[in-house]
Design a protein around this ligand. Structure first.
Ligand SMILES: [Zn+2]
Length: 87
């Protein structure tokens, strides 16, 4: 009757596996969205409107090896237009 005992063990292991699995899914309840501020705290200056914006959110443009940051597409466009006109 060794085979029966072996099967019983396998069955038990399976049951334990299922229990553990359901426990884990219980712990995975949808949590209230904790929005960690992912900003590194580095502020960059928008040359167009003189506003400081978090670098992660700024629009970046590299011109002649220098990086420029903008708070919005509008400022980005304005900056490019201005450069075009002055050139
Ligand atoms: Zn701006």
């Amino acid at each position: 009757m060794r085979m029966v005992r072996f099967l019983l063990l396998v069955f038990l292991a399976y049951v334990i596996y299922l229990v553990l699995k359901s426990f884990r899914s219980l712990g995975r309840r949808p949590q209230p969205a904790q929005r960690r501020p992912r900003s590194s705290g580095v502020m960059v200056k928008d040359e167009v409107c003189d506003t400081y914006v978090p670098r992660e959110e700024a629009i970046r443009e590299t011109i002649d090896g220098k990086e420029y940051y903008f708070c919005s597409k509008e400022c980005h466009k304005k900056f490019l237009d201005r450069r075009k006109n002055s050139a």
